[in-house]
Design a protein around this ligand. Structure first.
Ligand code: SF4
Length: 228
C-alpha cells in the first residue's frame, strides 16, 4: 500500500513528524553553529555578506585581516574602496561585496548608532541584508527564533516533505508552522549540515540516512557498490 505523503496528513501529525526529524538531527548534531568565525553580531553580519558564492573557509581567511584593519562599523564605513576590494578579492564578486559592505557599514552607523539592530524588520532595511542574512545573524549571534532558508534547507525540507514550495519565504513560513518557536534557531544549521553530509543535491546518501523512514523522496539511492 502506498504511504501517505507527509503534507497530506493532518497538521498535528505533520508537526509530530517534523519534530521527530528535528530531534534526530539534534541527536546527530547536538552542538551546531555556523562555520564562519566571528566575535560579535557585526562581524557575523559582515562575514555572512562575504559568504555569498564562496565557502566559509574562504571567508574565514579574509575576515581576520578585514577586522584588524577596520574593527568597527565606523571604520569600515570610511574605508578606501580599493583597499577593501583588495582584502575581499579572494571571496569573489569583490566589487559588489565591497559596495555592499560600505553601504551596510554606513547604514549601521547612520541609522543604528553603530550597533547591529537585534530586530528582523530593522535588519532587512540595511542595504545588502536580506531575509536569509538577517535570520542567520539573529539565530546564530543571539539564538533568536529565526530560520534562514538557503539552497540546502530548501532541498532537504522539500525532500522530507516538510514543504512543497520553492520560494524561500514560503518555505520559511512552512517550517515555522511545523517547528516550535524555541527550536527555530537550531533548524537551519542542522539542515545545512545534513544537506552537506547526507542529503547531497546530486547524490543523496539515502542508504546511510537516519531519516530514511521519514522521507517520501523517491527514488532513494543505494550504496554505490550495489548499483554496479
Ligand atoms: S532518505 Fe535520501 S532524500 Fe531522504 S532525507 Fe535521507 S538522504 Fe535525503
Amino acid at each position: 500500500m502506498a504511504s501517505v505523503h507527509p503534507l497530506d496528513k493532518p497538521l498535528a501529525q505533520q508537526r509530530r513528524g517534523a519534530r521527530l526529524i528535528l530531534k534526530r538531527l539534534s541527536e546527530r548534531y547536538p552542538e551546531i553553529a555556523t562555520a564562519l568565525s566571528y566575535q560579535d553580531p557585526w562581524e557575523l553580519l559582515v562575514a555572512t555578506v562575504l559568504s555569498a558564492q564562496t565557502t566559509d573557509e574562504n571567508v574565514n581567511r579574509v575576515t581576520p585581516v578585514l577586522f584588524a584593519t577596520w574593527p568597527h562599523p565606523e571604520d569600515l564605513a570610511t574605508a578606501n574602496p580599493e583597499d577593501l576590494e583588495e582584502v575581499v578579492y579572494s571571496t569573489g564578486y569583490y566589487r559588489q561585496k565591497t559596495k555592499s559592505l560600505l553601504a551596510l557599514a554606513a547604514d549601521v552607523v547612520d541609522r543604528f548608532g553603530g550597533e547591529v539592530p537585534r530586530d528582523f524588520d530593522d535588519m532587512v532595511t540595511l542595504r545588502g541584508v536580506g531575509r536569509k542574512t538577517a535570520s542567520v545573524v539573529l539565530a546564530e549571534a543571539w539564538g533568536d527564533p529565526a530560520i534562514a532558508v538557503d539552497t540546502h534547507v530548501n532541498r532537504v525540507a522539500n525532500r522530507l516533505g516538510l514543504t512543497a514550495n520553492s520560494d524561500p519565504v514560503k518555505i520559511e513560513h512552512d517550517l515555522k508552522n511545523l517547528f516550535l518557536e524555541n527550536t527555530w534557531a537550531g533548524v537551519s544549521m542542522r539542515f545545512i549540515q545534513f544537506g552537506r553530509e547526507v542529503c547531497d543535491a546530486r547524490r543523496p546518501r539515502c542508504w546511510d540516512c537516519p531519516l530514511r523512514d521519514r522521507c517520501p523522496f523517491e527514488p532513494k539511492t543505494r550504496r554505490p557498490r550495489e548499483t554496479t
